[in-house]
Design a protein around this ligand. Structure first.
Ligand SMILES: Cc1cc2nc3c(=O)[nH]c(=O)nc-3n(C[C@H](O)[C@H](O)[C@H](O)COP(=O)(O)OP(=O)(O)OC[C@H]3O[C@@H](n4cnc5c(N)ncnc54)[C@H](O)[C@@H]3O)c2cc1C
Length: 348
């Protein structure tokens, strides 16, 4: 296992923050994971895993050990009369996996095209976009349990997925994902549950998975800044979920309020599933506070999409967190709604 000391992480986080990892270990094989954990435990150092750094705010240098997930490999694990099961290792690029599956004829991931980052990080926040979440296509995953020092296979249900949440977020730094297995039905039906996609294909019959893939890529490119050009981590805040009574009060005060009906969690008992909730568009709330395009020094709110915070160049994670606090305060003041930060903050 290769190790670098005092290594810059500028190329390993999409905000481009120039922080250093005290010890950076390159994890290129599954067996590197238990070795990395053993070294951290024996030397009693704190540790963390990073993948593509596309959902991170690096707000200070990282003490202890940082494992950079780079284990590669993908294959058709199993095929039944009705399903393809695809296995992918944690260091693979998520988007390249989606594109590869499409080329092989394993459809079903196309709504999740162009999400940056690695395969191993996809279950952490249950990545989702354009009407699909990882939870809907994951069969199981292999992870290293750092409390029991053993490998575990977790089924989809055992991952406790909900909106941008999972067991891995609820118990941080316990499980290191080494690979995932996807369950892709052979009978393909286009997922047009997201209004923008539905409208895009309103006049088209015979829609193919590639049509959806290309349309999702085009929409995303038109809306989201390319991290190679301007540092960002995609959506910076969760869309807040409120109950019907709060929604109705807000709607009467702000008739243009943008919200979508939803349920509190995707895995819950029958009683709570029947209670309607509303997901408020966080970008709309921020925009209504006059903050689209707002700037604090080198960091700011993206001029085309208020949900995205950007590093214009030379900014720091601490500056970004200060900006986030300003936005949270303004939204709380105007709407009485708390915004929570989506990316993981590493701040020591
Ligand atoms: C332009 C842009 C658009 C985006 N759009 C979306 C979107 O539409 N939907 C969406 O859900 N997200 C989106 N994101 C966020 C991000 O792409 C995803 O959260 C992605 O899964 C992060 O992957 P990563 O490898 O970069 O993880 P990192 O940022 O490196 O890590 C994120 C977290 O996962 C943990 N982690 C990483 N790998 C492992 C592993 N193998 N085992 C255990 N823990 C691990 C880290 O410790 C950290 O806590 C977007 C980001 C950007 C920059």
């Amino acid at each position: 296992m290769k190790i670098d000391l005092n290594a810059t992480l500028r190329e390993h986080n999409t905000f481009g923050f120039d922080v250093k990892a005290h010890i950076l270990s390159y994890l290129t094989e599954s067996s590197d994971i238990p070795e990395f954990v053993k070294q951290a435990q024996e030397s009693q150092q704190e540790w963390r895993i990073i993948g593509g750094g596309s959902n991170l705010v690096l707000a200070s240098d990282l003490k202890g050990m940082t494992g950079l997930m780079q284990i590669l490999g993908r294959r058709l694990l199993k095929e039944t009369a009705t399903h393809h099961y695809v296995e992918a290792m944690a260091g693979e690029s998520w988007h390249e996996l989606v594109a590869w599956c499409l080329e092989q004829g394993y459809a079903g991931l196309e709504n999740l095209a162009l999400i940056p980052g690695t395969v191993g990080a996809a279950p952490i926040q249950n990545i989702g976009a354009y009407g699909l979440e990882l939870a809907q296509v994951l069969d199981s995953l292999l992870a290293y349990d750092t409390q029991k020092n053993t490998w575990v296979t977790l089924t989809r249900d055992e991952c406790h997925f909900s909106y941008r949440d999972s067991l891995f977020k609820q118990e941080p730094n316990r499980l290191i994902v080494a690979s995932i297995t996807l369950d892709l039905p052979k009978k393909w039906v286009p997922n047009l549950s997201y209004a923008e996609l539905k409208n895009a294909f309103a006049n088209q019959s015979n829609i193919t998975p590639r049509d959806i893939f290309e349309r999702v890529c085009a929409i995303r490119r038109s809306k989201l800044p390319d991290p190679k050009l301007i540092g960002n981590a995609g959506s910076f805040f969760h869309n807040p979920v409120v109950n019907d009574s709060i929604y109705q009060k807000l709607k009467s005060r702000f008739p243009d309020l943008v919200a979508y009906s939803t349920y509190p969690t995707t895995q819950t008992n029958q009683t709570t599933q029947t209670i309607p909730h509303w997901k408020l568009a966080a970008g709309w709330l921020i925009d209504q506070c006059g903050l689209k395009g707002y700037r604090q020094g080198s960091v700011g709110v993206y001029e085309k999409q208020a949900l995205v915070l950007v590093n214009h160049g030379g900014g720091t994670g601490k500056e970004l967190l200060h900006l986030a606090k300003t936005i949270q305060d303004r939204v709380q003041e105007k709407f009485g709604v708390a915004l929570t930060i989506e990316p993981v903050i590493l701040n020591q």
